[in-house]
Design a protein around this ligand. Structure first.
Ligand code: UDP
Length: 317
């Protein structure tokens, strides 16, 4: 079996490539390396350095593939508020192009990286896949538009698809060639920023007046290795025409201050931080109900927040 991994040089995509290869799956990668790193591509893997928006490059990357894991896309909430047009173009138009090229080559299986940002500010937590979807930022709106596009594609053309709505992904996998770590510039994610915090440049806590117990946002963190395990299970589940949506998180929430405390415990001293204004586009609380992935895919996350923090720390060494 050969799988096209779009976004296969990024943090999550490169981890998927590594794990799929270890299961004997052949890989092709399509990535424009706008935020990923070509040095993560393992020797011998077919790599098309190109854009989802370029049909010829997408068609080339899809050759001889049986299925697609679609990670490529713009993924930062704050940036999406400033550049909604960029997010629509790359995420929505790029996925439209991918689905068109898949149809031309009769490739009908796709696992898509959707997001908890599709739900917006939930009325009830934990969040079910059937919860209302009212995104609070353009990033979430693009992921929701793609989920709808895939549902329509399955109905019209019989593809078999799974959208995986990620909550907050953290941790890292060590490959033979080194850690497949988050290497974003600038880094916007909480756990790497907390671990990099210094007295001169302390991590900012975005908002201390949220309607939560300690006033900081609550998120549900899932280890990247557990996340990719769910992708493999989702891929195995494909066959019949249709589109299933699954939440991927841990089912528990941690506030920003609790993450700072867990990281401080891992490092062995209090990490400096700076209470700061809210960040545009953030919802207060996101916690997943993961019952559907557990019961229908047989998936179980096994690595807790302490493992995520310590693996991230090791990956940064
Ligand atoms: N956050 C923060 N300081 C940072 C980065 C993030 O306080 O330097 C907060 C952010 O406002 C959110 C949570 O941490 O409430 C997780 O943010 P992240 O960017 O890691 O993931 P997101 O939830 O946006 O996908």
């Amino acid at each position: 079996m050969r799988v096209l991994v779009t976004g296969g040089t990024g943090y999550i995509g490169s981890t998927a490539v590594e794990i799929l290869l270890s299961r004997g799956i052949e890989i092709s990668i399509l990535d424009d390396c706008s935020t990923g790193h070509a040095d993560t591509v393992p020797a011998g893997v077919r790599f098309v350095e190109g854009s989802l928006l370029n049909s010829a490059q997408v068609a080339k990357a899809l050759m001889q593939c049986d299925a697609v894991m679609h990670f490529a896309g713009k993924s930062l909430v704050g940036e999406s508020v400033e550049k909604p047009d960029l997010y629509h173009s790359v995420n929505v138009n790029g996925t439209r192009n991918l689905l068109d090229e898949m149809r031309k080559q009769s490739i009908n299986k796709i696992v898509f990286s959707s997001s908890a940002a599709t739900y917006g500010e939930p009325k009830v937590v934990p969040i079910l896949e059937t919860s209302e979807t009212i995104p609070t930022n353009p990033y979430g709106a693009t992921k929701l538009a793609i989920d709808h596009m895939i549902t329509a594609e399955a109905a019209a053309h019989g593809i078999s698809a799974a959208s995986l709505r990620y909550f907050n992904v953290a941790g890292a996998l060590k490959a033979d060639r080194g850690w497949l770590a988050e290497r974003h510039n600038p880094e916007t994610h909480l756990i790497p920023n907390v671990l990099r915090s210094t007295t001169e440049n302390p991590v900012k806590i975005f908002g201390t007046d949220w309607p939560t117990e300690d006033g900081t946002c609550i998120r549900d963190y899932v280890h990247v290795i557990d996340l990719i395990d769910a992708h493999l299970k989702a891929l195995d589940s494909l066959g019949n025409a249709g589109h299933q949506i699954y939440n991927l998180g841990s089912g528990s929430g941690y506030s920003v201050r609790q993450v700072v405390a867990a990281a401080s415990a891992a490092i062995g001293h209090q990490i400096p931080f700076l209470d700061s204004p809210r960040r545009a586009g953030d919802p207060a609380i996101l916690i997943a109900d993961i019952t559907k992935a557990q019961s229908q895919l047989g998936w179980e996350p096994t690595r807790d927040l302490n493992v995520m923090v310590s693996d991230t720390l090791k990956s940064m060494a």
